[in-house]
Ligand binder design. Sequence first.
Ligand code: ZN
Ligand code: ZN
Length: 792
Amino acid sequence: MDTKLDPSRDDLPLMANTSHMLVKHYVLDLDVNFESQTIEGTIVLFFEDGNQVKKQTSSTEETCQLESSEACTFRAPEPCHIPATNARTVASKLGYNDFAICDKGEKDTFDKDGNHDNQEQASGISSSEYCCDTRNHGREGFLLVLDCCDLSVLKVEEVDVAAVPGIEKFTRSSKLSVISEELRNEVVGELVTLPADRWREQLDYYARCGQAPGCGELFFDTDTWSLQIRKPGALTASDFPHAIRIWYKTKPEGRSVAWTSDQSGRPCVYTVGSPINNRALFPCQEPPVAMSTWQATVRAAASFVVLMSGENSAKPTQLREGCSSWHYYVTMPMPAATLTIAVGCWTEIKLEKDLVTERPFSSSEANFRFVCAGVCGHVEYPCRFQNASATAQEVIPHRVFVPMCLRDVCQETLLPLIPPCLSAAHSVLGTHPFSRLDILIVPANFSSLGMASPHIIFLSQSTLTGMNHLCGTRLCHEIAHAWFGLAIGARDWTEEWLSEGFATHLEDVFWTKAQQLSPHEAQEQQELRACLRWRRLQDELRNSPEEMQVLRPSKEKTGQVSDSGASVVKHGLNPEKIFMQVHYLKGYFLLRFLAKRLGNETYFSFLRKFVHTFHGQLILSQVIDGFLGAHDVQLKGMRHVEIGLCQHSKRKRIDYFIQGGNYEQSGHKEGSVLFCPQLLPDQLVLLLEHLLEQKTLKPQTLQSLQRTYRLQEQDAEVRHRWCELVVKHRHAQAHRHVERFLLEDQAMGVHLYGELMVSEDARQQQLARRCFELAKVQMDGPSADMVAQMLF
Ligand SMILES: [Zn+2]
Ligand SMILES: [Zn+2]
């Protein structure tokens, strides 16, 4: 009974049974092969046992009530107790309940007394006889469930950590004479709980254990969404090996990474920020509650650079002729979904020496005062908030990688923006949570304008045209995610406003500071952007399904998981969701309302306190509410905000979010902008949006508009509106601008296809089809499906 989800339209299942075992560290060892478009190698997972999991869960209980009841009753996975809001999801969750593991080969290849058999590891990875079939049913025992899809799993084995020289210091016994499962698990237990000031030693032993021999294959099976692993005789999670190695290979069509070519035509691969996150890149525990550290060794041909979420600025080590290896690591535990990787032939660009303002700083080696109690609320790790020189660092070290052909424009537009934007962020929020940053201009098929991951920001080429305004705001937005979205994550991904609302609100604040605008100019700019967003929000409220507009669709059940730890992300796989900004915008207006009510000074000091308290942790909306209350922030009108957040947000409730800033009545300079000889990009957007509301416009008006403002040379936001205007009025003279937009600004062009088709103009429909033919090979799945639907 394996009822399959319709992967293109549904909730996203999170299958891992995190209530029983939690991954604490991943060691990845991978080869990137562009010919076969695969990433192949091993991943070693180190687990914390159930008792530790339970302890940790209860310590974070004060702020959120995550119902991880009975974390220590292990047997076969229980049916999921998720309310039957979606029959198909529940059915599929039950699907693995009658999953059966074969007995084949169970006659111990490892000795129950613990004498490990090192020959086992030489057995190769081509195919494992332990890959389960389903002939024999009904074996009881603990089943480890990992999130996994579109991966070929070749072999799973227990890792003999006891074979690592020097490892006995992590056990109570001085000599490892009798090696048992218990002893190995004791070693891993000690290793995963080493204090933060021994992070380097810990990382080193993780690496060594990662290379330790195997000591017995484990049974495994895969289905659409998960990898299930069992060890005969292991009835509970505590009996189950706490270090396991998985040999696997990605598939070219796997939805976590895109194999494509960069703007200079050279091959590359990168994590696309897929709705299914990283489960087609490596088997993992996806639920955000499984916060872990990682390290990775990645090999590729020497002409490629490997960029990854890692706190070290890795440099390549040449292996054999034509092959290099890159090693990255992080010491701050984060959800596996945040790990990002990109491999391509990019060029690093640098500012001229005399413009470099940053001071060399090595956060990792510096002297940390490890006084977590009182200072930091998270689990122990070498935190920058506890380090005086890290705290004072305005601009963190950064590298910028771009495709060869965009070198000049990046040198001119992007590079000079980075130090002022980083420094602006520091002046508002304080300590940068991450020690360094790589910025990459991603290929043209990237489906949004930017994406932030630990230590790496992706920017779309669409941010590079026109003035530096779009590039600056987008950069500021992604920088803000270092605090909101990464250092402070959402415990439940349905609450994306927690990261997007903050990042959208802060991008304006950072950007006005980075430009060094006067308070008056800053306010003007921010009001104008609020006005544009208000229009966008109204438009989305009118045109999107109401249930998709709710900030907390799971309501009071937000953050709850089943006994095993499994859950779903509501609408997580719905393709429409990707193109919606409602959550960004509502979150933004909520925070804007808060800032107005409190006054900037109080609001930002509140934010800094919030960051100080919650960095390194996962939160829910209630946490913000509770924190406000605890800090005596009594707001008249706050009730309405809560209502808006917690219940179905009807349009009239949204109005409460913006009381104090009524755009409809201020009319926002509509008259005056029309007569301005030179307009800023946001003003142009507003002007074009107003013109879009006109039923008819003469071709001459359109032509002079284009000439006056050189619309085809403006940033992508302006050009987008211009293209809409061109399509609406079937202005054939500017069709080439639309064509260019569809090909070069793919992150924004999806809806234009629809507009071209509904225009019922044969030439425009042809244009849409022609462009789609050219772009579709590179487009990501959801975008391509969406456009295909519009065209036919
Ligand atoms: Zn901290
Ligand atoms: Zn964002």
